[in-house]
Design a protein around this ligand. Structure first.
Ligand code: TRP
Ligand code: ZN
Length: 473
């Protein structure tokens, strides 16, 4: 699903295809048409931060996933239905899928050939798919899911735990458990159902649907109706205390491992989700999704939290000192606006996620009776290494302090220069106009200039990419 400029692409492709058909009319029309119009979709999207991730030639609108997972054998058996639109005539196309065996693929119900090429599943339909055509892919697959090796970008994939599993990870993890166009530029809606042994929970994104138990297995259903980037899809299976309620008229689902005390720091921190989301809504504009929540996990391999859509996942390290940690909850909830609803087009713009989520922590600290955002800004400014860029930080520093802390400094610098009213108008306009879509740093600069009626390019350049400390605004 592409909401911004890319939306014109299918129409353009149809026009080109039509023109080619006309040209080919004089001789061997069918032959020429087939050769000229259908070609293979590309095997990646040329994002240098994630070589091989994502695929070209189509745009996914919806994923419908049904997986069954047995913790006793670590085996997952899945069916994935993918609704997509061809953005050029396709002779074949790729999906990302790491490991797992593919038993069958159909396209629009007809058999399709398929083969594997590393992390790619290559699908060749019985006949070419014309540009602009909507098509449905069904994939049946199974196996023991694996994690992609942990690298500088963080570990991600499908972790087998003592009582279940955790599918989680940024910049990618989805391909470890379903076939996917695994890049944030192609957002889609998701219907996820997971069948697990009775007594275990299976938590995922979005609104909880009816739960059904049969023959010792329970199927948990989840529905995420707002466009979601694939790295924000999660599945957490295990022995959890699940609390379901309503917040601000929408379902809220929180889950904490049954092994943790109901009054411990994990449970009491995630219990503040609704309140903190409301605080952020008062600054950023309406909460963008149909549901709320959070999941705490205990597995030490999850050394982070991730803003999985509508239901962040929190690793155990945030609560080790036994105290409430509302900073991390604020951070992951802020991503629901910055990162999840408005999503990067490519990973070079990751500061649009992390700079704003870190800034949200400053706002919360001030609101919560701690230091003011201005004070935090001043102390961060004093300890910043200006040699590292915030924009396009390089693969090794995708989650570095230049992205998080220097990114937040840039946000506050903007606030100082345009003033509070204009600043919050920029933020609300951004989350409103870009809701459900993708954006770039240039888009933000253009919007900030338009709303403030000030030239702001030099400001963003200095705070995002300059190599010396910018003058304090
Ligand atoms: N985006 C996450 C956050 O800021 C943190 C993160 C960095 C992460 N690297 C990761 C999460 C790898 C999962 C996997 O909250
Ligand atoms: Zn973050």
């Amino acid at each position: 699903m592409r909401r911004t400029s890319a939306q014109i692409r299918p129409a353009l492709a149809v026009a080109v295809a039509a023109a080619l058909v006309l040209v080919g009319c004089t001789t061997e029309p069918e032959d020429r048409e087939a050769r000229a119009v259908f070609r293979a979709g590309s095997a990646d999207l040329a994002d240098p931060y994630v070589p091989g991730s994502g695929n070209g030639g189509y745009d996914v609108a919806a994923y419908r996933l049904a997986v069954r997972y047995d913790p006793a054998s670590d085996r997952l058996a899945g069916r994935a239905r993918i609704e997509a639109t061809a953005t050029h005539g396709l002779s074949r196309f790729n999906l990302d899928l790491t490991g797992l065996e593919v038993a069958a693929v159909t396209v629009d119900g007809g058999p399709a050939r398929h083969h594997r090429d590393g992390h790619e599943l290559v699908v060749t339909p019985g006949s070419g798919i014309p540009a602009g055509r909507r098509f449905t892919v069904d994939v049946e697959y199974s196996g023991v899911p694996t994690a992609r090796s942990a690298g500088p970008l963080g570990s991600g994939g499908f972790l087998h735990t003592a009582d279940g599993a955790i599918a989680l990870g940024q910049p990618h993890s989805a391909a470890a458990w379903f076939p996917v166009n695994d890049h944030p530029s192609d957002k889609a809606t998701y219907d996820i159902e997971a069948t697990v042994p009775d007594g275990l929970a299976a938590l995922s994104n979005g609104v909880p649907e009816e739960r059904v138990s049969r023959d010792g297995w329970t199927t948990w259903r989840w529905s995420e109706r707002s466009p979601m980037a694939s790295y924000l899809a999660t599945l957490v299976i295990g022995d959890y205390r699940v609390e379901t309620g309503t917040h601000a008229g929408k379902p809220i689902v929180t889950a904490v491992p049954a092994s943790l005390p109901a009054t411990g720091p994990e449970a009491t921190s995630v219990a503040r989700t609704g309140e903190i989301a409301d605080f952020l809504a008062s600054r950023f504009g309406p909460y963008p999704f149909d549901s709320y929540g959070g999941v705490v996990v205990t597995d030490d391999r999850v050394g982070y939290a991730l803003e999985t859509q509508s239901r962040p996942v929190y690793g155990p390290s945030f609560f080790r000192n036994g105290r409430l940690n509302l900073g991390v909850v604020t951070h992951e909830l802020a991503h629901q606006w910055f990162g999840n609803s408005v999503t990067v087009t490519g990973w070079r713009d990751i500061w649009l996620n992390e700079g704003f989520a870190t800034y949200a922590e400053w706002l919360w600290e001030e609101h919560d009776g701690g230091r003011s955002a201005q004070r935090i800004f001043e102390s961060q400014y004093a300890m910043t290494d200006w040699s590292r860029p915030t924009l396009d930080p390089g693969r090794e520093r995708l989650f570095g302090t230049a992205v998080y802390q220097r990114g937040a400094l840039a946000v506050h610098a903007l606030r100082r220069v345009v003033g509070d009213d204009t600043f919050f108008t920029i933020l609300r306009t951004w989350t409103d106009q870009r809701r459900g879509g993708n954006a770039t740093t240039d888009d933000l600069v253009a919007l900030a200039e338009r709303v403030s009626e000030k030239p702001l390019r030099p400001l963003f350049d200095a705070w995002l990419t300059g190599t010396t400390a910018p003058a304090l605004p």
